[in-house]
Design a protein around this ligand. Structure first.
Ligand SMILES: Cc1ncc(COP(=O)(O)O)c(C=O)c1O
Length: 405
């Protein structure tokens, strides 16, 4: 804890709040990876196995992405130098947007500096006073913040509950001007998938727009990694707006929104977090272009990820852990108590395995968990080592009533 940084009131008040967080087992601090972002790396100078990153396909330190980033920086420099509507739109932005639109099979796409910013942009631009947003109870914090900032009325439906959404849409059918349904496709902490075909049908029935956050689906769901629309055989007429990130499975940084031209052109004209921010730099664009090419030409990364995820999930199940069978590499292992969760996370780290504990408010109270993520650059023997550690501590995991350990 920082002591005596000032005699002013605010730092002292903040210090008291931080102490309370610490007492509740909720204090957060930064851990520094000092090697590359990959399965075998190092943390504070010690070798570790990384099992909590979103670098699902292992692209972040792939030579082709590094080459793409370096070549773009060599040719175009290190900064876009301005926002997109001033002089920050470079050939690489346009090329990447065209490639993303083709990849997503949508008429148009637009880049944003991050997924957080893209969600804020969509929600604050498309709806406002007099409108209504229907949002899944477990949507990502960036959606929650976007909903709050939009000034639209917010109606939260129970997680993945299509009947509840239907009821909310029906009971407010004539009360609002615009209606927008928003959901994560893959929920970031639990790894489960939203029932998009049913949600899309409701959106059509009630003339509501549908916005889907594909942050954890891009590169992961669908035969060729195009995301949740491909997974469910839907298209941009079924899902009006698809937001996806470039900093997770695609190993670069930034985000995109893909959809019909009216949406994209409107965002260019009205989305403040697009208009008033310096554009993505060339190196990020070069890496993203390389990632899309790699995804298309080398499906083996996604295949390997699926194989390793199944292998690890079955290994945990053999230990008696009861897990949901979701088609994603996010495996939440519920512990319950936040202290015990963080103690387990520290214990794994002492054994050389980095698995982050997730506590409220990111998850509900009593639902603290170890969020294990599998990445394609792990090996089976890495996973065997992690499974043997889980076997040592298997009695520490909270399980549904009646589940045998
Ligand atoms: C579901 C979801 N949406 C949006 C974001 C934000 O994306 P970014 O990290 O690019 O800001 C994240 C993760 O950080 C996420 O998990």
């Amino acid at each position: 804890m920082i002591k005596g940084i000032s005699e002013k009131t605010l730092p002292l008040e903040l210090e008291t709040e931080l102490n309370l967080l610490e007492d509740d087992g909720q204090l957060r601090f930064l851990r520094t990876i000092d090697g590359p972002q990959q399965a075998h790396t190092s943390l504070n100078g010690r070798p570790i196995l990384l099992l909590c990153s979103n670098n699902y396909l292992g692209f972040a330190n792939h030579p082709r992405l590094r080459e793409g980033a370096c070549a773009a920086a060599e040719t175009y420099g290190c900064s876009a130098g301005a926002s997109r509507l001033i002089s920050g739109t470079m050939g690489l932005h346009v090329e990447l947007e065209e490639k993303i639109a083709a990849f997503k099979k949508t008429p148009k796409a637009l880049l944003f500096n991050s997924g957080y910013v893209a969600n804020l942009a969509l929600l604050t631009t498309l709806v406002g006073n007099g409108d209504v947003i229907y949002s899944d109870a477990l949507n990502h914090a960036s959606i929650v913040d976007g909903c709050r900032l939009s000034r639209a009325r917010l109606k939260i439906y129970r997680h993945g509950d299509v009947e509840h959404l239907d009821w909310l849409l029906k009971e407010s059918a004539n009360d609002f001007r615009r209606r927008l349904i928003v959901t994560d496709s893959v929920f970031s902490m639990d790894g489960d998938v939203a029932p998009l075909p049913q949600i899309s049908k409701l959106a059509k029935n009630y003339d509501a727009a549908l916005m889907v956050d594909d942050a954890h689906a891009t590169g992961i769901l669908g035969r060729s990694g195009r995301g949740s629309a491909e997974h469910f055989d839907l298209d941009y007429r079924d899902i009006d707006l698809q937001m996806g990130t470039l900093g997770k499975a695609l190993g670069s940084c930034g985000a995109y929104v893909a959809g019909a031209p009216q949406f994209i052109d409107y965002l260019i004209n009205r989305a403040r977090s697009f208009i008033y921010s310096t554009a993505l730099p060339p190196a990020a664009l070069g890496a993203s272009l390389a990632a899309l090419e790699l995804l298309e030409n080398e499906p083996e990364h996604a295949q390997r990820l699926r194989y390793l995820t199944d292998y690890f999930r079955h290994g945990l199940e053999r230990l008696g852990l009861v897990l949901r069978d979701d088609p994603t590499p996010i495996i939440p292992v519920v512990v319950g108590d936040p202290y015990r969760t963080m103690e387990l996370s520290s214990w794994f780290l002492e054994q050389g395995v980095f698995i982050q504990g997730i506590r409220p408010p990111t998850v509900a109270s009593g639902q603290s968990l170890l969020r294990v993520t599998v990445t394609a650059d792990l090996t089976k023997s890495d996973l065997d080592r992690v499974l043997s550690l889980f076997a040592e501590r298997r009695h520490d995991f909270s399980q549904p009533e009646g589940a045998a350990l």
